[in-house]
Design a protein around this ligand. Structure first.
Ligand code: UDP
Ligand code: MG
Length: 320
């Protein structure tokens, strides 16, 4: 059992969320007050908003909220849009520096059920270092997103990264988890894989997903694909091994083919015309080689990004 004086930080990545950010903060402050009243978290718990380079009035609204609620609502603004993973990492690391016992990340559109926050805290008090929110279903997702997400989690499992399906970035991380996160300096960190891999005691809380109240999803086909590719290449080198296995099998297969050609030519004296086979093999191996090069290129890209060791993000403003 942990001490009841738990200082909670709720972090919220925001990208062009002017339509929802105010009501989200107000709702979460109410939820926090209730949990404070029950004595499960301390009064100095706070909300920390990370404006991921919004082009609308999100930052002005955050400034207003900070004026009204003081240190209960803190924020930072990125100089440009870096993507939701970077905003989450910034929130987690900043909350550690500002001070907290645990952090919960939740989306600005509050699609995740804010009433589950208390359950997260209960699990934390019972000794879990990570509490992961698992969606009960994907009813609010488009057909495309639902099935591509399913394929992604299946693929990750096959590749050895056993993330539970319907996992989300709605998650509690203890101070101990944040200390470990701080030691990982890689630029392309994929949080869902990371928190699974470090192996801290984890509990799961199932929650219902609500439809987005206002505004549009900030993810599109390209940003989702990039997130998925980053998730795979940052956590598994199995695709590279598969390429090596394909290479060995191909050499073996071509050996068999060579024997067949020799038999046809010198024993059966039946020099094959073989045009169709040739065209097929040429096209097949041409495609296969490009595909394999593409996979190697993805890893090369990861190395390229990591070697440059650029800062993950640059901040423009802070309200603490
Ligand atoms: N987000 C962000 N940067 C981005 C894209 C999204 O900080 O480049 C935030 C966004 O404001 C929201 C969260 O990430 O708080 C999840 O985004 P969204 O609700 O659009 O995703 P979906 O629910 O459609 O998966
Ligand atoms: Mg959403």
């Amino acid at each position: 059992m942990r001490s009841k004086k738990t200082k909670l930080a709720i972090i919220i990545p925001c990208y062009n969320e002017e339509l929802v950010v105010k009501s989200t903060v107000e709702t979460l402050l109410k939820v926090m007050d209730e949990i404070v009243k029950k004595g499960k978290i301390s009064k100095d718990s706070y909300i920390y908003l990370i404006d991921d380079g919004s082009k609308d009035t999100t930052w002005q609204i955050i400034e207003e909220l900070h004026k009204i609620y003081g240190s209960k609502v803190k924020g930072t603004k990125f100089i440009r849009n870096y993507g939701n993973q970077k905003a989450l990492i910034a929130g987690l690391l900043d909350a550690k520096h500002i001070g907290c016992d645990c952090v919960i990340s939740i989306d600005a559109d509050l699609q995740q059920d804010e009433n589950s926050i208390e359950k997260f805290i209960d699990e934390y008090h019972n000794g879990s270092e990570i509490v992961s929110g698992i969606r009960n279903d994907r009813k609010t997702d488009s057909f495309f997103k639902k099935y591509t997400a399913l394929c992604f989690y299946k693929l990750m499992n096959i590749l050895g990264v056993k993330i539970p399906p319907n996992h989300s970035d709605f998650r509690l991380v203890s101070y101990k988890g944040l200390e470990i996160l701080e030691k990982y300096s890689e630029a392309g960190l994929f949080l869902r894989g990371f928190f699974h891999e470090i192996g801290l005691k984890t509990a799961y809380v199932h929650f219902d997903v609500k439809p987005r109240a206002l505004g549009k999803s900030k993810f599109n086909f390209f940003s989702l694909t990039s997130l998925a590719l980053n998730g795979i290449t940052a956590f598994s080198i199995v695709p590279l091994r598969i390429i090596a296995v394909i290479g060995v099998l191909t050499v073996f297969g071509s050996g068999l083919l060579a024997i067949d050609v020799l038999i046809e030519k010198y024993i059966l004296n039946n020099t094959p015309s073989g045009w169709a086979t040739l065209v097929f093999l040429l096209a097949f191996f041409g495609g296969l080689q490009l595909f394999c090069l593409g996979i190697i290129g993805e890893y090369l890209g990861q190395i390229f990004n990591e070697v440059k060791a650029r800062p993950r993000y640059i901040k423009e403003k802070e309200l603490i």
